[in-house]
Design a protein around this ligand. Sequence first.
Ligand SMILES: [Zn+2]
Length: 288
Amino acid sequence: MTARDWFDRAQKEGFAIGAFNVDNMDIFKAVCLAGKNKKSSVMLEFSQGEVSYFGLKNIVDLTVNARQEYGIPILLNLDHAKSAEDCIAAVEQAGFDDVHFDGSDLPFEKNVEETKKVVENAHKKGLLVEGEIDKISTLSEVHNEEIDLELLKKSYTDPTKAAKFVKETGVDILAAVFGNVHGIFPVQPDLDIDLLSKIREAVPSCFLSLHGSSGIPADQVKTAINVGKIVKVNLNTELRVAYREAIGEELSENPEEYASYKLASDVILAVAAVVENKIDVFGSAGKI
Ligand SMILES: [Zn+2]
């Protein structure tokens, strides 16, 4: 099944596929293990920084090997690429299922122009393209400062603008913004489900993704999947937090262990537990 087949099925059956950021090899293994344990498809995704750590070719080879080793469908996504050239490089590399071109820093018309370029290249090779018009705020980390809700609301997706963007570019997935932010805050904003349903109506033929799901209560994520027919939910910060906590514990409990792979097995299990919980929230368990 292609990524499009998976998202079609998810939309029809009311679940979403988790798109998990891969910071390092332990997280890579944790996501694949969780997918296997839950009999769920998973999407591995790599941001610009993560691509520079792994290398594009290694990412593809590792994913191809993992599909065989774990025996589950593993989709591969380039996350938040800021240049059309980086997206095209991933398309040319072969092995990716979709690429996310994030032109949200560009003026609307320029974003349309660059996104179209990516779509033309990607569609020729059968890849999906995710587009973005409204910048998803902040970094994928734990924030101590309060979020400015009034300022945040200014970045929410305008359904009319979204419809124009989807029509002009032909993107397959839209990264919608309706209260979701990257990172975890002392008080996480509520999702604006009314706005989400308007966005859904405005772009009926386009898949929707939910970025920044870390810290959002499970019931709100489930409602968003249900109301917005969201098929792709991105998760990063909660994985990074689980990893840091687990590796910190391992290091303090084993002060004389110098072989890091021996410390890794419990770390992988700790991160996998977070992923398994999310797979339950997204509803994709048992759907392979
Ligand atoms: Zn994101």
